[in-house]
Design a protein around this ligand. Structure first.
Ligand SMILES: [Zn+2]
Length: 124
């Protein structure tokens, strides 16, 4: 009975985590798309004055950094990362996720337990 309840909680949490990753994808897509659009407009809209093109580019860059920071915040706090070396699962610091190279949601970070660097997979 008790373990059934635990499984249910984990299933709910899993659903919740999937929802957060969907938000991350949507926010990431919107911020990338708006950055690319504004960067292309600022590069090719020669009828606009230079200052307006620079402002458009900076707005795009701001949206990209803001959206990206928000996505990384969601990614840090949703689920856990697993060390490939000792299989320790943990929630890392925002700053270490922010600065880590990544392929999708797998990030190259230092494990807080064994202190070795590896490509750490996201577990939800
Ligand atoms: Zn480790």
């Amino acid at each position: 009975m008790n373990s059934e309840k635990n499984n249910e909680l984990t299933a709910n949490q899993h659903q919740e985590n999937k929802k957060f990753f969907l938000y991350e994808n949507v926010i990431g897509f919107i911020s990338c798309a708006s950055f690319l659009t504004l960067a292309l407009v600022s590069a090719f809209a020669e009828e606009l004055p230079l200052w307006a093109r620079i402002v458009l580019f900076l707005i795009g860059l701001f949206m990209f950094v803001l959206g990206g920071s928000f996505c990384i915040k969601i990614e840090t706090e949703t689920g856990k990362y697993e060390c490939q070396n000792c299989h320790h699962r943990y929630v890392p610091k925002y700053s270490s996720v922010y600065l880590a190279p990544h392929l999708g949601r797998t990030r190259y970070m230092t494990c807080p337990k064994c202190h070795k660097k590896s490509w750490q997979k996201k577990i939800i």
